[in-house]
Write a protein that binds this ligand. Structure first.
Ligand code: SIN
Length: 478
């Protein structure tokens, strides 16, 4: 593979680290590569390089930054096939999904290449006769990005593209489980013509040490993190001492509500796509499926039919729709959830076990009916291919259940009655609501959560603001 790299990319150079660590294919646990792990000192070097490069990059015209971002976008599209292969190899998701992610990832680079030229300020009526007020937006400075293993490509571009478009420089620490997609993006960035130090990618299997440096180093002005709420809270605390601007895209506990006037086939299709995308390992996966009592049985029957059609296996094989989970502890955790649900009256109507004959990390797509609020999977982010189905009677009851969680990332509901649609959309305490659709992710829309699901928005015209400071100028003596 031409884009396979194992060193870190600091100040425009590929550098060796202090030791190496293996990257495994989750499907067969075979080693794909040994990747160099940087030291905390090397992380500091990368931060300094980004700081030096910031003095140059921020002075580029928006048009020139946009041009280089477009080069990067074009290279990602040109090499989409290989980027997808690397992604499936290290992450396990089906190749078709990996291709989708690469296109989705590139679309953020395209979008922010365009937005780079629209960073406007204001002219505000003055408060005294001789006064005029203006505002300008300026890049915040050096940005640290910590990205997850479930979308090893798109979660990088969704953070890095707006940062670069704004005029910031970046240090990216990808997950140690999936560093190869990040390094392939770095190789393409190198070819695209970014000046040295504008993009730096550091790998480590000591994420705590490097994370602490990124959060405490005063040169870093902003942290953008996607990952668990637990780690997000820790990083937020670590950023407090240097008062960094922080964007957090954390866990979810998405309700997927089907009202009695819904198009059941459409709802089933949406539930399948939303639940089993990436084997259930997305922050916006449906975590709790609520179906109104009168259509519960027909929904379950149709849903089961579709679940049984899902093809499980190796992501690289044609036709695979559900691949392995990322690592053993992920499988062990969902096994516990199934056990707990059964002990509290849940009924497994299909799946419920690993498919060891295929791979130790492949878990059968699972439906659990008679799901209840006292089960762990009501409260926890499942992050696996398990669909618990809850029955409900009234709109009030389901809104209360849906909001009964500290999370507030994505929610979905299906129904026809326009007044109820408006009421429910307003009542759901979530940052994103899919109405008769599960396909909510796109660069044009603001992605992000409320409550303990995060701070800030990624993508859309709002996504750039997180990387900009607003400066107010008061002009006197006019
Ligand atoms: C995520 O799981 O956080 C990302 C999902 C998406 O962008 O669709």
């Amino acid at each position: 593979m031409n884009l396979l790299r194992t060193k870190s990319y600091i100040n425009g150079k590929w550098v060796t680290g202090e030791h190496t660590f293996p990257v495994l294919n989750p499907f067969d646990q075979k080693e794909i590569a040994q990747v160099e792990s940087v030291s905390v000192e090397q992380c500091k070097t990368a931060i300094q390089a980004a700081s030096d490069a910031f003095q140059i990059w921020k002075k580029y015209t928006a048009r020139k930054r946009s041009y280089i971002l477009k080069n990067w976008y074009n290279l990602q599209i040109k090499h989409a096939g290989e980027l997808a292969q690397i992604l499936t190899l290290e992450q396990g998701k089906p190749l078709a999904e990996a291709k989708g992610e690469v296109k989705y990832g590139a679309s953020f680079v395209e979008w922010f290449a365009e937005e780079a030229r629209r960073i406007y300020g204001d002219v505000i009526p003055g408060h005294q006769k001789d006064k005029r007020i203006t505002t300008i937006k300026q890049p915040i400075g050096v940005v640290a990005a910590i990205t997850p293993w479930n979308f090893p490509n798109a979660m990088i571009t969704r953070k890095v593209a707006p940062a670069l478009a704004a005029g910031c420089t970046v240090i990216i620490k990808p997950s140690e489980l999936t560093p190869l997609s990040a390094l392939a993006l770095a190789e393409l960035a190198d070819q695209a013509g970014f000046p040295p130090g504008v993009i730096n990618i550091i790998n480590t299997n000591n994420p705590a040490g490097i994370g602490t440096e990124m959060c405490s180093n005063p040169i870093v002005k902003k942290l953008s993190f996607t990952g668990s709420t637990l780690v997000g809270k820790l990083l937020l605390k670590q950023c407090a001492d240097t008062v960094k601007k922080v964007s957090l895209e954390l866990g979810g506990n998405a309700p997927f509500i089907v009202f009695d006037d819904a198009d059941v086939d459409l709802a089933v299709e949406g539930a399948i796509a939303s639940k089993f995308r990436n084997a259930g390992q997305t922050c916006i996966c449906s975590n709790r499926i609520f179906v109104q009592e009168s259509i519960h049985d027909v929904f379950v029957e149709k849903f089961k039919e579709k679940v049984l059609e899902l093809q499980i296996g190796n992501g690289k094989d044609k036709g695979t729709q559900v691949g392995p989970l990322i690592e053993e502890k992920a499988v062990a955790s969902i096994e516990e959830l199934v056990k707990d649900a059964i002990s509290k009256g849940g009924e497994v109507i299909t799946g419920g076990v690993r498919k060891s004959s295929i791979s130790p990390l492949v878990f059968e797509p699972t439906i659990i009916t008679h799901a209840q609020k006292n089960m762990d999977l009501f409260h926890q982010e499942i992050f696996g291919p398990i669909a618990p189905i809850y029955s409900f009677k009234t709109e009030e009851e389901v809104i209360e259940l849906a909001n009964d969680t500290p999370y507030g990332l994505a929610a979905y509901f299906y129904g026809q009655h326009y007044a109820r649609i408006w009421r429910v959309a307003e009542a759901l305490d979530y940052g994103m609501v899919g109405i008769n659709t599960n396909a909510i992710s796109t660069p044009e829309a603001p992605f992000g959560g409320v409550k303990e699901s995060g701070i800030g928005r990624e993508g859309s015209k709002y996504g750039m603001d997180d990387f900009l400071e607003l400066k107010y100028m008061c002009w006197g003596g006019i």
